[in-house]
Design a protein around this ligand. Structure first.
Ligand code: CO8
Length: 272
């Protein structure tokens, strides 16, 4: 176990590849305190080193909550210097999640608020139940999402949210701090799928299994091309696409894909 509140599981029933980071701090609704944060950090560092991992799901075993954000009780006891180093560690951990080479899926049942939503925004995909409540309540606490020392590539809610849903919707969400239900989140493009309450986990597994069957190098290169390309101007972005495409050419998996097509069978990819 990495910490009391974070568990790292490999889903054995899907032939490895799919790993799950499970949040389990029921007494604080999965609020991110020091222990939870170091658990998250170690889990994602372990996944980063694990060359057999193909897809990550972040889920909660606490009913009706994904993550209540920063631990506001612990925060109240911290000195300014402690808050500063905690928030920097939080931000670099979210960047680690965002920059993981393999796809990440946030499985949101119930509340994903403040840092909890920012963690979900660091993921590639978000799948929620209809009971989900998503919001950035920070302005109500007289701070802004992901505040403190802007460091390139490690900003939080004010940066990732508008890139996802556009400036106008992001401003509505951040200025009002309103909690948004699953269906509304879906219509705003804040989540990829909204399913009946309790079904987010099976839906996420379905998506994870689909991704798990694709060429692993192709998936990694597609993620890189999209994430890095969107920050570049078009000519340079297209160069990046070409660079990423090249990485998929000299692979055993590409030949396996062509062979499987010719032989009318499912390809078996090894990530080589
Ligand atoms: N931190 C610490 N404890 C929490 C938190 C939290 N964020 N959220 C809930 N808890 C605790 C409650 O205090 C309560 O403890 P106790 O039993 O001792 O009273 C217990 O969890 C259960 O909570 P509720 O009774 O409220 O449970 P409900 O099921 O009724 O509601 C909610 C669950 C909706 C999650 C509700 O608890 C809630 O709204 N929580 C606050 C959410 C919030 O405002 N989060 C945003 C925090 S700001 C942030 O994340 C900023 C991150 C960026 C860092 C930059 C800062 C400088």
């Amino acid at each position: 176990s990495l910490s009391e509140s974070v568990k790292l599981n490999r889903l054995s029933d899907y032939n490895s590849g799919i790993v799950e980071v499970n949040l389990d701090r029921p007494e604080a609704k999965n609020a991110i305190g020091k222990d939870m944060l170091s658990g998250l950090r170690h889990a994602f560092e372990a996944i980063d080193r694990d060359s057999s991992a193909r897809v990550v799901m972040i889920s909660s075993s606490v009913p009706k909550v994904f993550c209540a954000g920063a631990d506001l009780k612990e925060r109240k006891k911290m000195t300014a210097a402690e808050v500063h180093s905690f928030v920097n560690y939080l931000r670099s951990t979210f960047s680690l999640i965002e920059e993981l080479q393999i796809p990440t899926i946030a499985v949101i049942e119930g509340a994903a608020l403040g840092g909890g939503l920012e963690m979900a925004l660091s993921c590639d995909l978000r799948i929620c139940g209809e009971n989900a409540l998503l919001g950035l309540p920070e302005t109500g606490l007289a701070i802004i999402p992901g505040s403190l020392a802007p460091i390139f590539n490690s900003a939080g809610g004010t940066q990732r949210l508008p890139r996802l849903v556009g400036k106008s919707i992001a401003k509505d969400i951040i200025f009002t701090g309103r909690r948004i239900g699953g269906r509304d989140a879906m219509s705003m493009g804040l989540v990829n799928y909204c399913v009946p309450a309790g079904e987010a986990h099976p839906k996420a597994l379905e998506i994870a299994r689909e991704i798990n069957q694709k060429g692993p190098i192709a998936i990694r290169m597609a993620k890189r091309a999209i994430n890095e390309g969107i920050e570049r101007e078009m000519v340079s972005a297209l160069d990046l696409e070409e660079e990423c495409y090249e990485q998929t050419l000299n692979t055993k998996d590409r030949l396996e894909g062509l062979a499987a097509f010719a032989e009318k069978r499912k390809p078996i990819y090894t990530g080589e």
